[in-house]
Design a protein. Structure first.
Lengths: 439, 439
């Protein structure tokens, strides 16, 4: 953990009081990036940094704060609402800005007076997708998810032979990626009812969430030039929560032989704040395949990856039904898991993606796949929790679910936790299901 | 064919003499859009229209020509190199510009003197990907391709049960789409050698082309709002050639269960000129599934689609090996086919894509899948022509191929041909294979 530095000091406090609350997602050790505008305004979006319950508005901060000329250069595109240009910066430059913001928000900073006027309460902001996402790829690194889902289709052979060799992934849809806080419309689609001889067009009956993380790419690679495993970290910008909404009945009918398409591309929801790789540095952990499993081929293996390629990030899915909302009842937690269970690391995903020369670009998004834990109650989707729809879940208020119903709000949460480090959070990734269009 | 108008008159001639040559791809009836800069210059790219061997530079033409104010408004984004804004225009606006350009380039036009100064020889231009492609989707509408490829994997059951109900598609990679005239680097990847117990990382040994057309989306749809089949034409901008380069050995090992990924995303080549749907109007043809096949579900069926949803477009693949180039020998034709064999129409592809509410955007690209004909020598890929690599093709100069070798240049060609209409062409979609990076 060579990059642990004073911005990770667990006792560091900010002059923004809400950042010092024990349960905040956004202490001064976090400093994630997001794109926002004042709610109800039609001003152009600008980049901000979450601190406690506030947002440091980088457009205002670039003008009001006192910054070195190097930092001022980095702030300029951010002030203009362009996160991609900053993402493309070398990691040393990105770290330079992190340090400058950390110092400026630290208790006792001389910048407090000037920057106090650059804060906007998060409650008064409308968040947007944080950057231009050129291409979105979804991986399949959750081995417990892959095994459970595989069992539903192939009881004797749940994991295909390539799974433990290839970080399996496929391309997803960029245009339908939305940010937390919105709605997701139940899709219409072709379904093949059990026992039927012909498919029908109908509203999806097996609507599902998938609990994932999303890795944003920093600097890219030129077409035809693979990225070496040793260089992977340099190309990683940060992480969000990602809900890969899935229409299971559409998926079952359409996905052979070319993979998921309309069953997935109607919506993907991400959390608005990108937690930087720098902020996640204290939560790195050793990574290894079980000894009885194939070991990674050299192009997706490195000493650093073995030593600290993993990240300890606790993951949760919450559900609030319409009935709960009507009665003022808060959401109920459906499951917990941890990203440490992933079969492939973020660095392996990224390196494999570019290993054929595919050009990654700043702002590209790589989903991790559903992060289920090893236990039956740790499934990251309803498909798993309901055993393919065969068992209903009973919620604390007596309602039952096998898949999601209209009015259900699904929220993902995540926390990076490690002994001796200040816990940091990812904010919320929530969206509410609204009914399908009429046929 | 209600939209046939005087811009399709087969006897119309242009004052640009090369546009009147019998074998030109770009007579005045075509008028396709492309993005170019003067070769060797570092000026910003601008939109042009191909006419014979020339390009009408719309930046110069917007300033030098005499246009109605409505046309001038349409020209402005094009002059700035922004095709997407024009693509988003309603079809009536797009047709308005086509008519204005047609009149201006017509023999006897009063604009000849002014616009003569706005021409650049195509030989002096460097073409670029013509628009911002937000999302790229690839379909699988070539039933002869799907059947032949399916037979290689499943001799008794080549077509999966969904094929004749669902226009099968999957998401591809936008970042690696390049324009004709460049190189494609042979990818490195994971391969599972026959009989081996573990995969290896190696250069692809079964590199292949795929002969496709690409449909560019015009105006999009809002997320959650499907497009009605009756409205599909309004959302279609135009068509290019598309070579979906494929690494068959990587594909066989990686594609289960989520579809092609690194076997496809290292490169896609398109032709530089987008032939507009307006130009293709005379080549529409009736469309029907065989009576013994399932008929399309209502959401992807319409009277218009049955009457004229098809397009008669002749398709060809050409190969020039390094040895041929060294001896000054021209390329040899590998196969011919016709887009009329496609099992789903462009309108069905587009409508199905949006049928779950997935939001299409101006400039999105939809590949048709490989367009093979019914005969064994009409395969649109080497995989088909070599029967999965089991038979070698002997070229006229005595060389043999089962898959593509370094130095091979693969070119796609296409012509829309119909009795009583002026033949129009698609230009060239060619790229040359260069060796893989060293391991």
């Amino acid at each position: 953990m060579s990059l642990i530095d004073h911005t990770h000091r667990p006792d560091a406090l900010s002059w923004v009081a809400s950042a010092n609350a024990a349960d905040t997602d956004f202490p001064i050790q976090n400093l994630p990036y997001g794109l926002f505008r004042r709610a109800g305004s039609n001003e152009s979006a600008r980049v901000g940094i979450a601190i406690g319950e506030q947002i440091l508005d980088l457009k205002l901060a670039a003008a009001a704060g006192k910054w070195s000329s190097a930092v001022q250069v980095l702030l300029q595109p951010l002030a203009d609402g362009d996160l991609n240009t900053f993402m493309a910066q070398p990691s040393a430059q990105r770290r330079l800005l992190r340090h400058a913001i950390f110092e400026a928000l630290l208790e006792g900073s001389k910048q407090q007076a000037a920057l106090s006027a650059c804060l906007l309460p998060q409650a008064a902001a409308q968040m947007a997708v944080p950057c231009r996402i050129g291409d979105y790829t979804d991986f399949y690194t959750g081995i417990y998810h892959a095994t459970t889902v595989g069992k539903l289709f192939r009881p004797d052979n749940p994991l295909l032979p390539n799974y433990k060799w290839v970080p399996i992934g496929y391309h997803g849809r960029s245009s339908s990626i939305g940010v937390s806080g919105g709605t997701v419309r139940r899709p219409l689609g072709q379904l093949m009812p059990p026992g039927a001889e012909a498919p029908v067009r109908a509203a999806c009956k097996r609507l599902d969430h998938e609990l994932e993380l999303g890795l944003f790419v920093a600097g890219g690679n030129a077409l035809g030039e693979p990225i070496a495993m040793e260089d992977a970290d340099e190309h990683m910008f940060g992480v969000t929560l990602l809900n890969d909404w899935s229409a299971r009945d559409m998926q079952g009918w359409e996905y052979q032989p070319l993979g998921p398409f309309l069953a997935k591309n109607f919506a993907t929801t991400i959390s608005p704040w990108i937690v930087s790789m720098d902020a996640l540095e204290p939560f790195r952990t050793a990574f290894a395949h079980p000894e009885s499993d194939p070991q990674p081929l050299p192009y997706i293996d490195s000493a650093k990856n073995r030593a600290e390629g993993g990240y300890q990030i606790e993951l949760e899915v919450w559900l609030q039904t319409e009935a709960m909302r009507a009665k003022g009842e808060s959401a109920t937690r459906l499951m917990r898991s941890n990203f440490k269970h992933a079969y492939w690391t973020l660095a392996q995903m990224l390196t494999h993606h570019a290993s054929n020369g595919c050009n990654l670009q700043p702002g590209d998004l790589l989903g991790t796949g559903t992060q289920s834990g090893p236990e039956a109650n740790e499934g990251g989707s309803m498909l798993e929790l309901s055993n393919g729809g065969k068992q209903v879940l009973t919620l604390p208020n007596g309602e039952t679910r096998s898949f999601l119903l209209d009015g259900d709000a699904v929220g993902l949460r995540a926390y990076a936790v490690h002994e001796g480090a200040r816990r940091i959070g990812f904010g919320e990734c929530v969206a509410t299901i609204v009914p399908a269009p009429s046929l």
